[in-house]
Write a protein that binds this ligand. Structure first.
Ligand SMILES: Nc1ncnc2c1ncn2[C@@H]1O[C@H](COP(=O)(O)OP(=O)(O)OP(=O)(O)O)[C@@H](O)[C@H]1O
Length: 308
């Protein structure tokens, strides 16, 4: 659905994109991760036909963005990271205004707008002025705005930034609904775990280069292989080290005071079995838990070099 090929963008001497290439299939939720200034907004603006690349090409639904901007605009809904101010418009008027911009006839708009407000949980704010809405509500209204012409692709630039946890959950639920409707979604953030929950595929961009690209389920499968267990014993630590080293799922046992730290390649059932083995052998286990995996580190490790 989306193809980016050797995309470069220079702002004066500054090269914001240095030959970015990637492909996103139809119906995929793609998470675009990178620190501030990495080039996410630049890439998204090019896809949204608002910015010309210096060289390279980008396609949406088979249309090259610089050669067929009109066709591309019909296919996409774009939500920038900043909103303008709309002093005198209510939520409903705001959507109506954008619907009219897309030449949707008034009668059709009267049908679509209540549905959109319902989708983004803003039916009760239909007559509220846009400026009076909370940040989370404005984000949801912005999302409704990109949907007025029922686009196949959504390009959302940092939609979760500045939202409180509850507003983030609401946004995530709406994105799930949109994914179920078969939309292809590109969503950016500088926080990987935030995106991993709602995306199928993730790409990491740094200083205008794509440094990693991969499926989220593959990353989680890799995380399973790299689990770390922390076990606290009241006594008999050296004996327990020997016992643990005999288990095929355990590797690299080290001792930190009363704690044993062990690499573990197994599922939850095998983890329970390991605990049972220790307690049946009479070891005084006071604590048995799993250390949090570093998603970012594992992701980079398994997808290193992609795009370079
Ligand atoms: N209009 C512009 N003129 C000059 N430089 C720009 C312009 N827009 C962006 N840049 C620079 O290009 C680089 C990439 O910026 P971009 O906004 O694409 O990054 P980003 O990953 O979206 O970051 P953020 O999360 O901060 O939006 C940055 O160094 C930025 O300062």
């Amino acid at each position: 659905m989306i193809k980016i090929d050797q995309l470069r963008k220079k702002y004066g001497k500054m090269e914001a994109l240095k030959g970015l290439s990637l492909e996103i299939g139809k119906g995929t939720v793609f998470g675009f991760v990178g620190p501030n200034g990495a080039g996410k907004s630049t890439t998204m603006s090019i896809l949204a036909t608002l910015l010309e690349p210096t060289s390279g090409s980008a396609y949406v639904g088979g249309y090259e963005v610089t050669r067929h901007p009109r066709e591309v605009r019909k296919l996409i809904g774009y939500m920038p990271d900043f909103f303008g101010v709309y002093d005198n418009l209510t939520a409903e008027e705001y959507l109506d205004f954008y619907g009219a911009n897309y030449d949707i006839p008034p009668q059709e708009r009267r049908q679509i707008i209540p549905q959109l407000l319902e989708l983004v949980n803003l039916s009760h704010k239909r007559d509220a002025y846009v400026d009076s809405l909370s940040r989370g509500m404005k984000q949801r209204l912005g999302l409704a705005r990109c949907l007025v012409h029922n686009p196949e692709v959504l390009i959302l630039d940092e939609p979760a930034s500045g939202l409180d946890p509850r507003a983030r959950i609401e946004l995530r639920e709406i994105l799930k609904e949109l994914r179920d409707m078969g939309k292809t979604i590109i969503i950016s953030s500088h926080i990987l775990p935030e995106l991993a929950e709602m995306c199928d595929v993730i790409g990491i961009i740094e200083e205008g280069n794509l440094i990693a690209f991969g499926r989220v389920d593959e990353i989680y499968a890799k995380m399973q292989e790299k689990r770390v267990l922390r076990i606290r014993l009241l006594d008999r630590l050296e004996e327990a080290v020997i016992q643990l080293k005999q288990q095929p799922s355990v590797s690299g046992v080290t001792r930190e005071g009363n704690w044993l730290v062990a690499g573990f390649a197994g599922d939850d059932v095998q983890q329970v079995e390991l605990l049972q083995t220790l307690t049946h052998a009479g070891f005084p286990v006071a604590a048995f838990n799993e250390a949090e995996g570093d998603l970012e580190e594992i992701f980079l490790e398994i997808t290193k070099g992609v795009g370079s």
